[in-house]
Design a protein around this ligand. Structure first.
Ligand SMILES: NC(=O)c1ccc[n+]([C@@H]2O[C@H](COP(=O)([O-])OP(=O)(O)OC[C@H]3O[C@@H](n4cnc5c(N)ncnc54)[C@H](OP(=O)(O)O)[C@@H]3O)[C@@H](O)[C@H]2O)c1
Length: 352
């Protein structure tokens, strides 16, 4: 199979560097271009400060940054762009890339609520990918959810068949969620900050869209009542979320546990390189999941960090309470986008 030429936009940041790692020897995509801010153009990737464990893959050290110019990328044969740009840059660049025939898999918030753009978490809403056919550009944009929302909706997925009415969540979010360099040490060390700008409305509206139903050419959001508190804590990677779920009917602990333990990925993504074989790992231990031990779950090796850990399950009549943990940089960002692109290729939406 001929590999599809791809670019990473925002390759120096914490999400961008995870893209680089995930694209080493990828069976479908060949990394041919990297971009970041203007001052990087012409420099080698090996000059970049390493932001993530394992750093910038050695096999890419000699790559030279291209200017952030999508016309130039399209002329070089780039067909897929993995975007780790800040929203204010993504606003312009992602739309221009789609106009030049590039298919963009984005982590930025810019187009998530656009009616023709899916927020794709394929275990839940793979059918929403068809929305890209409504976009009036030669390429298209597919987005990831905000990193908190991803862990939350993954935990809800096995519980959805019981009928959800209301969700109340409190997320304890790692510092890396704010990108590099993130918060000042004086703000976060020895501290907990009970507010993250714009995060709570994002969780509410993105969750309703992701878990909504595609009817014809539009998504009907869910009518669940959703309340979210988003809190910054001084962990480095992994968003831990305490969730209270109210259902339409009574359930037993055994029923919910069985749904979580036996949950499998839909066949539509089975076998994709970045799809975890078991997307949900259920913990019996009373003190798990913990960011220190549980943010790199997922098999095979390429899917490490893609599985979501769930624990502290309590069930009482119509109420389910649990704690979920997901890797904000992998499942909630770069890994999620790569999986989305793999699915788009499998569904015939990408070509070399
Ligand atoms: N961190 C997370 O957990 C997470 C999770 C989900 C989604 N996201 C989203 O993913 C995106 C990237 O997040 P991040 O945490 O990786 O941020 P980051 O560490 O701050 O990285 C931002 C990247 O964008 C580049 N950039 C900045 N200004 C630019 C410009 N004017 N033109 C071109 N490139 C520019 C930076 O390049 P230079 O180094 O050259 O400045 C860097 O490569 C954001 O939209 C964020 O909201 C982040």
């Amino acid at each position: 199979m001929q590999k599809i030429k791809c670019a990473v936009l925002g390759a120096t940041g914490v999400v961008g560097q995870h893209f680089l790692r995930l694209l080493v020897d990828h069976p479908y995509f060949e990394l041919t271009s990297i971009c970041a801010s203007d001052a990087r153009a012409g420099l080698a990737l090996g000059t970049v400060k390493e932001q993530v464990e394992g750093g910038v893959p050695k096999s890419f050290h000699q790559m030279i940054f291209d200017p952030m110019d999508v016309t130039g990328l399209a002329a070089k044969g780039v067909r897929v762009a993995f975007s780790a740009l800040p929203a204010e840059v993504a606003d312009k660049m992602e739309k221009e890339a789609a106009q030049k025939g590039i298919c963009v898999f984005s982590n930025a918030g810019s187009y998530r609520m656009d009616e023709q753009v899916p927020i794709l978490v394929p275990e839940i809403n793979h059918a929403h990918l068809q929305l890209v056919k409504q976009q009036k550009t030669p390429g298209f944009i597919v987005t990831n959810a905000n990193c908190t929302t991803t862990g939350l909706v993954m935990a809800l997925l096995p519980i959805m068949p019981f009928g959800i009415r209301r969700i109340i969540s409190a997320s304890y979010q790692a510092i890396s969620g704010a990108g590099y360099p993130g918060l000042s040490a004086l703000d976060i060390l020895g501290n907990v900050i009970p507010y993250i700008k714009n995060e709570e409305p994002k969780v509410r509206r993105e969750m309703a869209k992701i878990c909504g139903t595609l009817t014809g050419v539009a998504i009907q959001p869910t009518d669940w009542e959703i309340f979210a508190h988003c809190i910054r804590v001084q962990t480095t990677i992994g968003h831990l979320i305490s969730v209270h779920i109210e259902l339409e009917r009574s359930v037993t602990h055994a029923e919910v546990k069985q749904a979580l333990v036996e949950f499998k990925s839909p066949s539509v993504i089975a076998g994709l390189p970045t799809a975890p074989i078991r997307p949900i790992i259920f913990n019996e231990e009373i003190d798990r999941p913990q960011p220190r031990y549980d943010v790199l779950l997922g098999d095979p090796e390429r899917a490490r960090g893609m599985a979501v850990a769930i624990g502290r399950l309590e069930v009482e009549d119509r109420v389910v309470r649990l704690v979920t943990l997901s890797n904000n940089l992998v499942r909630g960002a770069a890994g999620g986008s790569v999986l989305n692109a793999e699915l788009a290729l499998r569904q015939g939406l990408l070509s070399a």
